[in-house]
Write a protein that binds this ligand. Structure first.
Ligand code: TA6
Length: 303
């Protein structure tokens, strides 16, 4: 994006002291948000929320120091958007993992300040010849990000075509923790999950989720709020959700982290993904003209 394009976006959407478009890592365009209670950043690349920092708290979202910041590359961290499929394409392995919207440039649709002092920005992505070559449907996506005492992220899918379509997806949130081996994740007790690192066997969660090895689980039929208890940092991160029946918990652990070029070898100890999703059996089918919202509200409290 050229300097003139960024200037034109600021002329239209900037709110002094609240919303500004600027260049960030990789010279990519970012939206910087300042709210009464927190600051945030969003990359137009993939409409990836890359930062959320409540006043007086450490960053809530984790970003790898090795992340790529380049066109057509996903950012490693924050909240990448997986859509219109979660994981590998259901039938064509040549298509990109987690769909194609997290690697495309989104447009700014609007910016405002809410009554509660939260600062909101809306980004959009419509179908194009490139997307239709990957997925033959007409759609309109809108992402709403509200930065305030909590972080609210909502992905609205609108079927603008004349045929129904079916999709899966996730808000693939990476959370910053002091020590992944010391956290517990509550909210999934007695929930069945597909264990992606054990031949996709279906198992039952007993008690809180803890991390001590590669962990990649799709919890099914759950609308529960999850809580990451990070005793080392003395805080809990609450992850509430809307329009989601799956929750994914992921930590690559040592070996997989070392195999990923955009993930520092030792960084697996500082992060965990708790993703609000509709994955595997929880695909969503939208009739022509229908809409669906997948949303999360993330808040932090002292532990
Ligand atoms: O959310 C878990 C997962 O599906 C894992 O299987 C792992 O692949 C992770 O997503 C990251 O995927 P990415 O394509 O961003 O490397």
């Amino acid at each position: 994006m050229t300097t003139d394009q960024i200037a034109a976006l600021n002329a239209r959407y900037a709110i002094p002291g609240r919303v500004a478009l600027e260049r960030g890592p990789g010279d990519l365009p970012f939206v910087r948000l300042h709210g009464d209670h927190a600051d945030g950043t969003i990359a137009l690349q993939g409409a990836t929320t890359t930062g959320y920092e409540p006043s007086g708290s450490a960053p809530v979202l984790w970003i790898s120091r090795a992340s790529h910041y380049a066109p057509d590359r996903a950012i490693r961290g924050g909240i990448p958007l997986c859509w219109p499929w979660f994981g590998p394409h259901p039938s064509d392995p040549s298509k990109p993992q987690h769909g194609f919207v997290r690697t495309r440039p989104w447009t700014v649709l609007g910016a405002s300040v809410a009554a509660d002092g939260a600062t909101e920005v809306r980004l959009g992505l419509d179908d194009s010849a490139e997307t239709r070559a990957l997925w033959p449907h007409a759609f309109r996506l809108a992402l709403t990000v509200q930065v305030g005492a909590s972080l609210h992220v909502a992905l609205d899918t609108h079927n603008t075509g004349d045929e129904p379509f079916t999709f899966t997806g996730a808000l693939h949130s990476y959370f910053d923790v002091a020590d992944a081996t010391a956290i517990t994740i509550d909210g999934l007790d007695r929930c069945s999950y597909v264990d992606q690192v054990d031949a996709r066997r279906v198992k039952l969660q007993q008690g809180p989720v803890t991390i001590s090895a590669e962990t990649d689980r799709v919890y099914q039929d759950t609308t529960a709020t999850c809580t990451i208890d990070d005793p080392t940092r003395g805080r809990r991160i609450k992850i509430a959700k809307e329009g989601s029946r799956s929750t994914v918990v992921w930590n690559p652990w040592r070996d997989k982290a070392q195999r990923m070029a955009d993930f520092g070898d030792d960084e697996y100890l500082r992060m965990v993904c708790v993703e609000v999703a509709n994955a595997l059996d929880h695909a969503v089918t939208l009739a022509p003209g229908a809409q669906h919202r997948l949303a999360t509200t993330i808040s932090v409290e002292a532990a």
